[in-house]
Design a protein around this ligand. Structure first.
Ligand SMILES: [Zn+2]
Length: 47
């Protein structure tokens, strides 16, 4: 599953790939700023 997510800190969007459909507890490291964030509340859409 490929998702579009947005960093809550810098508001940049990026792709996030997950091999399964489980998003609970998943975090992504932002590629634009040195923070990481929870995927689920920052999910924009599936791509
Ligand atoms: Zn960021």
């Amino acid at each position: 599953m490929m998702l579009l997510v947005r960093c809550p800190k810098c508001k940049n969007t990026m792709k996030y790939h997950t091999p399964d459909n489980i998003l609970a507890g998943k975090r992504k490291k932002c590629v634009y700023c040195p923070s990481s964030f929870a995927v689920r509340p920052n999910l924009i859409k599936e791509i």
